[in-house]
Structures are given as C-alpha cells and as structure tokens.
Design a protein around this ligand. Structure first.
Ligand code: DNO
Length: 356
C-alpha cells in the first residue's frame, strides 16, 4: 500500500505540495488536469508538466483522479465514438508518460451528491452530510446552485460549472437510460479502451456511486457487491478494476466492505478510505477517519486491504474541516493528514502482527 493525498493543482488547491510532503509516510499525490473538460484530449506536454511539478516537490504522481467520461458515452449516443477515440488518445499520452492508474466514475449527470457541505458537529468541526429527505425537496436542476452557494467559493470536484450548465438538457437526455442501458454503455466503453490499457499497463479504477443508491431517479450501477462483480466479470481483465471507496459503499449499511475488499482481490487498484456515521436509512454524516467516530470499522477495512496484498495507492478521503481551516469541503489539509497518519498506524500494526 502506498499512502497518497488528493491534490487539485497549484491553481485550485489551498494545500501545497510542500505541505503534503511533510505528512509522514505520504509518498505521492493523486491529481488531474483540472482545467480540462470531459471529452477533451490531454496533451503529453500538459501531462508531463504536471508530473514534473509534483516530482520537483519530492513526491510521485501516483494516479489520475479523474479522467472524466463524456455524457455521450454514458448515454450511448453515436457521438460516443469520437469521445472514446479522444479518451484513448489521452490514455496513450498518460501511458507514454508512465502513468498507470486512472480513476473515473460512471454516474449520470452528477458525480457524488450531498445535502450539506458544512454541517456543524458538537466539537465545532464541520462535515459533509447527506439526508434523503432534504434531497427529495430539491429540484435536481437547481442542485448545483445549492451546492455552489455553500462551497465556500471553491470549485468542487465533480461539480464544475461548465459541466453543470447543461443540467436540464442532460436530465432530458438520460430519460431513456435505465440501469441496464447504462451498464451496457459502460461495458462498451471498457471493451473499446482495454487494448490501450493493456498495451500501456494502465489500470482503470471505477469509483463507486456516491451515495450507493439512486438519486433524482438516475440509475446507479456501481453500488453493491453483485453489481460490481457483474462489471468485473463482463470485462474480465485486470485492467478493468476498482477504486474501492469505503465512504461511498459505506453510505449503505447493507454493504459489508471488508468482505467486498476480499472478494475483489486483484481488481482493486486504488483505495479511498473514510468513515461515515449512519443516522437513519438514507441519512448519514461524514466523520473523522477513526473507527470510534463513525459506523465503519477501519481496522477491519485496513486488515482486508492488507490480506489481499494491496500494493496500489490509498488516500484518506474526505476529512472534516477543523482548526479554522478554509479549504475545499472535504479536502482540507489537517483532517486528511490526521487520517493518513491514523491509517498508516493501523497498517503498521497489522503488518507487524501478521509477521509475528
Ligand atoms: C469526491 C470524489 C469523487 C471522485 C469521482 C471519481 O470527493 O470522491 O468526485 O473523485 O467520483 O471519478
């Protein structure tokens, strides 16, 4: 396992590479070309510049999160052919620069969804939270404005204004897309890109749907053990793999995460590790990483990663906002650094006990 942190680039992030470098045991960052739009070809030069900037700070570029997928691919429009060709070109350019991990998601219209980006807890920290009752009252086409108003001025990953300018139109386009169609479109996309991934050794790591159930009637296909296994079986090569996100899966108490980690051995290329507190069905708060602060057992989760011989990057996912920090919701330095250190501590204990 390699401990990493997500970084949004010097233009967008309040956290610097120098700060990340000082987190003990953190060897790399996960990032993206934040100014590109889904469907665009990434140039080799831009990829190289990003990589060089990170390496100059003494870190490695451990993977890309995300190369986003154009909605025409998800919907299965004839225009998907061009967007798939562009995606392949981007993968080739990444491969030529030695980058071998690409995280992506296949959620329609919205990426992750929350009802509150700064819910205050009793200790004064704030967290992201989700309440289905509140979401049900929101007009989905207004969702972006709601989130933007409470994002503290930061451009949230997955909620970029350009992408969301077309929200109404997108809802219309997804009308005919049910879970089966979305699944088939994902398989079509994966089959088309796999030869390139195999040639360059690129591991595609699909992110789980967050939350793990349908929101605004949009289909969800990467949300439980059966659905994920079906996807792995449909394109049965190592390069078709997962970003195992404990917080996304953990939004549903029905997901047994350590069991899923063990079952997907060999296909988990990237781990997002965080904790959630289940408040009621369809209602949860994010929490500190520590097991006792939430509903997930982080020891069991890290132990499962250890048992499957996880060698890929893991990053502490969303943290609380603490100590007065002003940063992108979920992505401040302080609580993620605490999370990284805690997860590394668990790992050391698990590793040493296993050797005894
Ligand atoms: C949210 C993130 C997601 C994730 C994408 C991957 O904080 O976990 O936005 O990066 O779903 O494509």
């Amino acid at each position: 396992m390699k401990m990493t942190l997500r970084w949004f680039g010097s233009k967008h992030d309040t956290v610097t590479l120098g700060q990340i470098r000082q987190i003990p045991g953190c060897v790399g960052v996960i990032t993206t070309l934040y100014d590109t739009k889904p469907g665009e070809v990434w140039s080799r030069e831009a990829i190289r510049a990003m990589k060089e900037e990170i390496e100059a700070a003494g870190l490695e570029l451990s993977g890309i999160e995300s190369v986003n997928i154009h909605d025409d691919i998800k919907i299965g429009l004839p225009t998907r052919e061009q967007y798939i060709a562009n995606y392949i070109e981007t993968l080739e350019n990444l491969g030529k620069e030695g980058i071998d991990l690409v995280c992506y998601n296949f959620m329609p219209v919205f990426d992750w969804t929350r009802s509150d980006l700064a819910k205050e807890r009793s200790d004064g920290s704030t967290v992201l939270s989700y309440d289905q009752e509140l979401i049900d009252k929101i007009d989905p086409t207004k969702m972006f404005e709601e989130l933007d108003a409470n994002s503290g001025g930061f451009v949230l990953p997955g909620w970029e204004p350009d992408r969301l300018a077309r929200v109404k139109e997108l809802f219309e386009m997804y009308k005919e897309i049910d879970e089966e169609k979305l699944f088939q479109n994902l398989v079509y996309f994966l089959k088309a890109i796999m030869p390139t991934c195999e040639k360059y050794g690129i591991k595609m790591a699909i992110h789980m749907d967050d939350p793990a159930w349908s929101v605004f009637g949009l289909p969800r296909i990467v949300n439980n053990k059966g659905n994920i296994q079906r996807l792995l079986d449909a394109v049965p090569v190592m390069n078709n793999g997962l970003t195992l996100c404990t917080g996304s899966l953990g939004s549903s108490p029905h997901n047994d995460i350590p069991d899923m980690i063990r079952s997907f051995k060999g296909r988990i290329h990237f781990g997002h590790v965080r904790n959630v507190i289940h408040l009621a069905p369809g209602k949860f708060d994010e929490a500190a990483h520590l097991s006792s602060d939430g509903s997930l057992d982080m020891f069991e989760i890290m132990k499962a990663f250890h048992d499957i011989g996880m060698t890929g990057p893991i990053r502490p996912d969303h943290g609380r906002m603490i100590w007065g920090e002003k940063a992108m919701p979920g992505y401040g330095l302080y609580d993620r650094a605490l999370g990284a250190t805690y997860l590394l501590g668990l790992w050391e204990a698990i590793e040493k006990s296993a050797k005894k």
